[in-house]
Design a binder for this molecule. Structure first.
Ligand code: NOJ
Length: 530
């Protein structure tokens, strides 16, 4: 199949994640939308990315930032219309950008028509069978059916008016579908076709490993038997399109082998590399994750993906400026100090490291501007259920979702048009004036120019993207690898300057090299080997 060759776009692509509410506001209500995204396609094309992944754009009460979907075949009016989405796909394609949309198969919104019908129907009805309704424990069923905890904190069961309970692995507003039910399977296959028929090039699959479960039998909901059949059947659908459309799994599984099983040739094309995303700014840990990633992907011949951040995790400028630089949901706390200058320096180096690794690369909007996590948001403005359900112990994910700064010296920094009636749905820090697209574009040495240049080289150099890599000899605190006989990346995670291997040319470096040609600490360089 032509698609399995190294030329298939998803094997090497640089994919830009669009958090639609916060990307660009076209109609001036303070919320990003399709009109805003369409108006910024030239920016994305100029950045040199290959595809965009748009987070859920469906009608949603936004109990979980849109991952609570009320209708999988429509666009939320706050974002625009289905006709506009079709226009966007067409315009993106014309600009050379592929479009990936987000499908959320594990759950829907409690406002979804199926769930509303299930609530209105009696216990044991076919309508309830599409979800996980069960009787409670205790004399009057007043206790949840099991002690299972939700991923967002608190019980994973909520009681309805007639006394039954329903399962939700996430927020109570996100009831879990019963994937044992053939109607659920048929519905999602139809939803896939609905979007693929509209020219969507790839599907990002939310919470891909948790669909299959039997909560009364076991508390284990990850990676249960039967999950692979679901994706094998999705793959058959994707393969009916020409060229085949890409399936990209959000698979958080600590077991590397279990992870790789999702990437067998008849299942998903790729999956996010969260192990790399979570790794600290330490040479040995990163080297381990890189090796492990390549080792795990090799037997299934799937390309690796490399990700530094997304809409769920602490922005890397903040993370890398902390004393502890790894990412773990369980450890997220408020008021953890960060040296943003150091974090910025490391984030620039991390970008060059990440973009030169073999496989596909994902960047999250604002990453190219060097934005930090906004940590001082007023609690009253925080929307994330992770914040609310932890009683405020976990700061939640709003801080990485603040609307982008595009231009100008005061908020909304061009996020909304000048005649806007609304203010950005989350306030932007005043100093983002210096980080706006306009403030950085064409400015030598800016974060944005580093990304543009790196993406340009990544696209033009056949050694980059998918393909082999080999480690070069280096000091323990240095990561040095070659992609072919001529391209190498060297990243210095130590405290002393590092000597570069013999080279003809420095293609790009995250900071200027020392006068003696050595690479300073917390820096990375792309070189042409001699
Ligand atoms: C993963 C998504 O990335 C996250 O934002 C969401 O809260 C959960 N899945 C539940 O859909």
């Amino acid at each position: 199949m032509a698609d399995q060759t190294h030329q298939a776009w998803w094997r090497s692509a640089a994919i830009y994640q669009v958090y639609l509410r916060s990307f660009a506001d076209g109609n001036g209500d303070g919320v990003g939308d399709l009109a805003g995204l369409r108006s910024r396609l030239p920016y994305l094309a100029g950045l040199g990315i290959d595809a965009i992944w748009i987070v859920p754009w469906y009608p949603s009460p936004l109990a979980d930032g849109g991952y609570d979907v009320a209708d999988f075949r429509a666009i939320d009016p706050i974002f625009g219309t289905l006709a506009e989405a079709e226009k966007l796909i067409e315009e993106a394609h014309a600009a050379g950008i592929r479009v990936i949309c987000d499908i959320v198969p594990n759950h829907c919104s409690d406002q979804h028509a199926w769930f509303q019908k299930a609530l209105a129907a009696p216990s044991g009805s076919p309508e309830r069978d599409l979800f996980w309704f069960r009787k409670g424990r205790g004399e009057h069923g007043e206790l949840p059916p099991t002690d299972l905890q939700s991923i967002f904190g608190g019980p994973a069961w909520t009681r309805v008016a007639d006394g039954e309970w329903y399962l939700h692995l996430f927020a109570p507003e996100q009831p879990d579908f019963n994937w044992d039910h053939p109607a659920v399977r048929a519905e999602f296959e139809d939803i896939l076709r609905f979007w693929l028929d509209r020219g969507i090039d790839g599907i990002r699959i939310d919470s891909a490993a948790v669909l299959i479960k039997d909560p009364l039998v076991s508390d284990t909901y990850e990676d249960n038997d039967g999950i692979h059949e679901v994706y094998q059947s999705w793959r058959r659908i994707a393969d009916t399109y020409s060229p085949s459309r890409a399936l990209i799994g959000e698979v958080w599984l600590p077991d590397h082998e279990a992870f790789a099983r999702y990437l067998r040739p008849d299942e998903l094309h790729t999956a996010f590399n969260f192990a790399f995303l979570g790794a600290p700014w330490e040479a040995d840990k990163l080297r381990y994750e890189i090796d492990m990633t390549l080792e795990v992907h090799a037997p299934v011949a799937a390309p690796a993906t490399w990700v530094l951040s997304n809409h769920d995790v602490t922005r890397e400028v903040t993370r890398f400026g902390r004393e502890v630089t790894n990412f773990a949901f369980a450890d997220k706390r408020r008021d953890v100090p960060s040296d943003l200058a150091l974090g910025t320096r490391r984030a620039r180096a991390a970008a060059l490291l990440t973009m030169s690794l073999p496989g596909a690369y994902y960047l999250y909007q604002g990453e190219e501007l060097g934005l930090e996590e906004v940590e001082d948001l007023d609690d009253a403005l925080r929307e994330d259920p992770m914040f609310h359900r932890s009683g405020g112990v976990d700061p939640g994910r709003d801080g990485c979702r603040v609307p982008l700064p595009w231009s100008g010296s005061t908020a909304p920094f061009g996020f909304s048009p000048s005649d806007a009636t609304g203010t950005p749905w989350l306030p932007q820090p005043a100093h983002w004036a210096e980080l706006s697209v306009a403030a950085q574009q064409g400015v030598q040495g800016s974060f944005l120019e580093l990304y543009c240049e790196a993406l340009r080289i990544r696209r033009e150099d056949p050694a980059l993207g998918d393909g082999p890599m080999r480690w070069l000899e280096s000091e323990p605190h240095v990561l040095a690898f070659a992609r072919d006989d001529s391209f190498a990346n060297v990243t210095n995670l130590g405290t002393e300057a590092a000597v570069l291997p013999p080279h003809r040319e420095v293609l790009l470096s995250s900071v200027p090299l020392n006068e003696d040609g050595t690479l300073p600490p917390d820096a990375s360089a792309w070189i042409r080997l001699a």
